[in-house]
Design a protein around this ligand. Sequence first.
Ligand code: 13P
Length: 251
Amino acid sequence: MRKILVAGNWKMHGSEAMINELLGTVIDNAGACEAADIAVFPPFPYLAQVQSLAAGSPLKWGAQNLNAHTSGAYTGEVGAGMLLEFGCSMVLLGHSERRTLYQETDRQIAEKFTAARNAGLTPVLCIGESLTEREAGATEQVVDRQLDAVLENTGIGGFANAIIAYEPVWAIGTGKTATAGQAQQVHAHIRDKLSALDGTIAGQLRILYGGSVNGSNAAELFAERDIDGGLIGGASLKAEDFLAIYNAAGQ
Ligand code: 13P
């Protein structure tokens, strides 16, 4: 049976004290991950702290980005091997904030995806359309383009055990969640597209929804056939809110 994944993207938030309290409370209340799988994505400097808090629990953690090179003269960058040393099993790639604020291209993201796979990290590929693109009726075209860039590099095999997060840009941090129906429609499109290449891989693929998920709308989203979990921003920074989403996954 499918198990929902509740993933917290902490973005550039947190401090040692805040993470001790937040993650401590999450582990105390949900550390067995019975209702859902849990993953958290702290800023780089806190990976060691998350590792020491979560080690020995089924909770997973990862970074919010990586550099496609393994090492070298790339000041300010972090490679996959470094993430592995801190117990990371996953990495977010192509988040819309990386795409828009730091001009990451589909091609660069595809290279990062390949680097993550080669290192044995589970890539969480973030895709999604802007409001203008949605209003122009281009949603499917945009997610197809974002997926095709990765497919070109890795083929469908690259998506075996990978995770996709559909995050419509207009729903991120805005309080405007896509309706469960809107999200399901895009999730089904993603799965159908990949199914045409490999039904087994597409069937097992986890497709998360992200964008203003909270304790009140999570259950309805998770009830949709092709929504296998959530990538949570703002509501992952408060234990109470994050736990409400976790509990919604168990309903
Ligand atoms: P919010 O949940 O704050 O809308 O953020 C979603 C997101 O960007 C997760 O990666």
